[in-house]
Write a protein that binds this ligand. Structure first.
Ligand SMILES: NC(=O)c1ccc[n+]([C@@H]2O[C@H](COP(=O)([O-])OP(=O)(O)OC[C@H]3O[C@@H](n4cnc5c(N)ncnc54)[C@H](O)[C@@H]3O)[C@@H](O)[C@H]2O)c1
Length: 357
């Protein structure tokens, strides 16, 4: 598969392409600059990615802003640093911000692009598996506050997304598995995404786990395309998460609580989502929404990718407290996305008494 993925957000002028290839990274700059035409730009790039790929990317040093790595850097100070630089370079509304890095850079630079002069062009160049399959597409951009993750943000679609599989070669094991966390999520929600094509993603991943773990590019290409096709099917029907898009939060309510309890230092995002999925499968089984057979099948599928459930990791009151602090809590009720059948999920109120028996 070589074709681009098209994203058309209805009722908006937001139509963009996701380009996926395995060309040498040295080609990327020209591909992006061809897309920009004559327009001015600023590159915002993660320090680590700059160290690894700065030379190959070869952007002019006066067009680059380097940002330190880590979730804690997705903050107001770095956001302001980006805004100051955009202003200093006199970038206009026709200019572009090019975000090169994982979800931290993509979310924060995206938020800066969405607010500077009420919105300039945004090019996403995701360099982690997680940002390829999830954060670079769909338009959620944000920064964290001292207290909460993604508390300040907006919905802002990129002008284009350029995915180059070569970046994934240098991801460490932990970050690669983090991306797999979000990929596996799509296997459990595929049918609820209401995509026209049935990819039978669960079976595909199950059969090809070894090749995927070995980072065989043909298989990485395929899982990125399928994950994105499913995400696009959802966000084009519900850009602002008033309904269907909530299913993308499968595994996330508990996952976010784990990330916050541990001050974002113990788990990667995708790993926290994996534990969130173990949790919600146990919960759904306890509520008899699914049978033991589906739960066991789901667990052995997740385990195949090198994960293991760690039940009762934290005190339940602490977890519930953090689940309540999630910004998606409605009228004091925690809503969760639960599995109800292979590929199908639904939203329901969370019953904390039944969850932690
Ligand atoms: N906007 C959305 O819809 C959405 C969806 C999911 C997650 N997110 C956000 O994404 C963030 C997590 O993204 P992430 O997992 O990409 O984390 P990240 O951006 O922190 O990147 C993880 C680490 O990998 C390094 N890295 C990046 N590319 C590399 C490469 N090619 N080789 C080697 N190392 C590389 C980074 O420097 C960093 O140290 C969170 O802030 C989360 O809230 C947003």
């Amino acid at each position: 598969m070589n074709s681009d993925i098209q994203v058309n957000i209805p009722n908006k002028e937001s139509h963009y392409s996701i380009h996926i290839n395995q060309e040498p990274i040295e080609n990327l700059k020209n591909t992006i600059l061809d897309f920009l035409g004559e327009q001015n730009y600023l590159v915002v790039i993660s320090k680590k990615v700059y160290k690894l790929y700065g030379k190959s990317l070869n952007f002019d040093s006066n067009k680059i802003l380097i940002i330190n790595d880590g979730e804690k850097e997705k903050n107001i100070y770095n956001y302001l640093k980006i805004i100051d630089r955009l202003e200093k370079e006199n970038l206009t509304r026709k200019s572009y911000l090019i975000a090169i890095g994982g979800g931290v850079i993509g979310d924060m630079a995206g938020f800066a692009a969405s607010t500077y002069r009420r919105g300039i062009g945004l090019i996403q160049v995701p360099t982690t598996l997680l940002s390829c399959v999830d954060s670079s597409v769909g338009g959620k951009v944000a920064i964290n506050t001292k207290k909460s993750k993604n508390m300040v943000g907006s919905f802002y679609q990129p002008s284009a997304v350029f995915i180059n599989l070569n970046f994934l070669n240098t991801l460490d094991e932990k970050q690669f598995k983090s991306g797999l966390g979000e990929v596996l999520k799509y296997a459990f929600i595929e049918k609820s995404c209401m995509n026209v094509i049935d990819y039978k993603f669960f079976d595909f991943l199950n059969v090809n786990a070894e090749k995927i773990i070995a980072r065989d590019f043909n298989f990485l290409d395929k899982i990125i395309r399928i994950s994105l096709a499913l995400k696009v099917a959802v966000v084009t029907k519900d850009e602002k998460e008033s309904g269907l898009r909530k299913i993308l939060n499968f595994g996330h309510t508990y996952g976010h609580a784990l990330e916050e309890i541990t001050d974002f230092s113990a788990f990667t995002h995708g790993e926290a989502v994996i534990y969130g999925m173990y949790f919600i499968f146990n919960y759904a089984h306890r509520l008899q929404l699914i049978d033991a057979n589906y739960k066991e099948k789901a667990f052995s599928f997740i385990d195949k990718f090198g994960f293991k459930d760690k039940p009762n990791m934290f005190n339940k009151d602490k977890i519930i407290k953090y689940m309540y602090s999630d910004k998606k809590v409605d009228n004091e009720k925690i809503k969760v996305i639960v599995p109800v059948a292979p590929g199908f999920v639904k939203e329901m109120d969370f019953d904390s008494i039944k969850a932690f028996k």
